[in-house]
Design a protein around this ligand. Structure first.
Ligand code: NI
Length: 260
């Protein structure tokens, strides 16, 4: 059985010092591929270094909406250059976060649109972070597609929307990715959304070091090994055997990111 953690932050300080251990525990648990996701220029550089170190590790590079206020022309030039590294498989995470509003919304929208441009130019799929900004995120994506044509792919990561919103995302041909949040007791809305996502458009992620899935929620620092619990949970929700479910979502992930 093979599973890919399609969105982890192995470069964050909680995990980076022991990345060998993190990878070994992950492999032992059956999670044998990783996309480590950068969120700012420094994390992006480290993400590329990590991806070069491990065979089945890849990098996604972007500026998180929290850091949109710091995005300059220079930031974008560097991002575009670095994103041409061999093991970079996506742009992101980028998008809108109106829950925290750590950057003002105008800056967030501008940084998001600029990163869509880079993704289009480099023909890379995009990892979208969307929190309490569903309509605005869809507006920007739709406008971009209308003006510039198709993107290689779009995934809504750590999906926290409703079944209705999931349908809208799917109708655009986008993918949806779930974290361990789907296992939480209070996440009934997310479970309803997961039910409407076909397994060939569904991906799994930890978004670690945050949000360990049940029954490991007490483990403060999440890591890719724990994704097996999310996989088992969602296989159950889909009324599938775990190996069949794993095969389907891994095929979807490889397809989306263009992995071997
Ligand atoms: Ni993330």
């Amino acid at each position: 059985m093979q599973l890919i953690d399609t969105h982890c932050h192995l470069t964050f300080e909680q995990l980076a010092d022991d990345v060998e251990g993190v990878v070994a525990r992950s492999e032992a648990a059956g999670v044998t591929g990783w996309i480590t996701v950068g969120t700012d220029p420094q994390q992006n550089r480290t993400a590329v270094e990590f991806a070069e170190r491990f065979e089945n590790m890849y990098a996604a590079l972007g500026i998180h909406p929290h850091d949109a206020k710091d995005v300059t022309g220079e930031t974008l030039t560097e991002l575009k250059e670095l994103a041409q590294s061999e093991k970079v498989v996506a742009l992101g995470e980028t998008g809108l976060d109106f829950h925290y509003d750590f950057s003002n919304r105008t800056d967030q929208k501008r940084a998001f649109a600029a990163q869509l441009e880079i993704a289009k130019e480099l023909n890379l799929p995009v990892i979208v972070h969307c929190r309490e900004a569903f309509d605005e995120t869809m507006d920007i994506l739709q406008q971009f597609l209308r003006l510039k044509g198709q993107l290689k792919g779009v995934v809504f990561h750590c999906f926290g929307g409703s079944a209705e919103q999931a349908r809208i995302v799917l109708n655009h041909g986008f993918y949806i990715s779930f974290t361990g949040v789907v296992t939480f007791k209070n996440a009934e809305t997310t479970r309803q959304a997961a039910k409407v996502v076909p397994v060939d458009r569904l991906m799994l992620e930890t978004d670690c070091p945050y949000m360990s899935p049940e029954p490991m929620r007490k483990q403060k620092i999440n890591e890719p090994a724990l994704m097996i619990h999310t996989a088992r949970f969602l296989a159950g929700l889909k009324e599938m055997e775990l190996p069949d479910f794993a095969e389907a979502v891994t095929a979807a992930s490889k397809d989306f990111f263009g992995l071997p």
